[in-house]
Design a protein around this ligand. Structure first.
Ligand SMILES: C[S@@+](CC[C@H](N)C(=O)[O-])C[C@H]1O[C@@H](n2cnc3c(N)ncnc32)[C@H](O)[C@@H]1O
Length: 199
């Protein structure tokens, strides 16, 4: 099954499963965005828009997702935010080079089949001096995690990869540097990472 098909099935259940659990983590990650100003911000793999209540107003947001059924659920959350929705692929972004000041990658980098392509595309559309906010689950370099690697054989086709090592993904995108990296959940399996692109 493709991720698009499985997220079409999951869409009506997604908020019930994830809305409460992630709120505090989303809020802490998004608090790193400028709280004032009118910058261009991409939310790649926006899902049903659970990040929206935590976004500072004033900026111009673009929300991209592969799955129409997930994007539909963003619409009632937009309220007063300036938000354009685009159906597209985080691994092949339909945007010009260097057109966003910041990119949010919440629960997408370890979900797509090719995290390196996703991060490369993120760096391409990011302006020099811009930042990337990552919130996701990663194995540590050298971590064997046999159960997660076994579950990954199925889960990578349905909802998410479980075998992604962040450091291996980052190594493919040398223009991005780590500005912050905090364990936030499940003994450091989930991390909140801030990357910057040299200005
Ligand atoms: C786990 S959800 C995360 C949604 C949201 N970022 C959040 O934090 O709740 C993963 C999302 O990625 C989307 N997705 C999967 N593959 C994608 C791709 N290649 N490009 C863009 N979105 C994708 C799915 O449709 C789904 O909405």
């Amino acid at each position: 099954m493709s991720l698009r098909r499985s997220y079409t099935i999951i869409a009506p259940l997604y908020d019930a499963l994830l809305e409460t659990a992630g709120g505090r983590l989303r809020a802490a990650s998004l608090a790193q965005l400028p709280q004032q100003g009118t910058q261009d911000i991409l939310i790649s793999g926006i899902g049903t828009g659970l990040d929206l209540p935590h976004l500072p107003p004033g900026h111009t947001y673009t929300g991209l997702d592969l799955t129409a059924a997930m994007l539909e659920r963003v619409k009632p959350r937009i309220g007063n935010l300036q938000m354009n929705l685009v159906q597209g692929n985080s691994m092949a972004l339909p945007f010009a080079n260097e057109c966003f000041d910041h990119v949010v990658l919440h629960l997408i980098l370890a979900i797509v089949p090719d995290g390196r392509a996703c991060l490369r595309e993120t760096a391409r559309v990011l302006k020099p001096g811009g930042s990337v906010l990552v919130l996701d689950k990663f194995l540590k370099p050298g971590e064997t995690a046999p159960l997660r690697r076994m579950l990954n054989l199925l889960s990578r086709h349905l909802v998410t990869r479980l075998d992604v090592v962040f450091e291996e993904v980052l190594a493919a995108v040398p223009e991005l540097k780590v500005a912050g990296d905090m364990p936030v959940l499940a003994g450091g399996w989930f991390r909140s990472i801030r990357l910057t692109k040299a200005g």
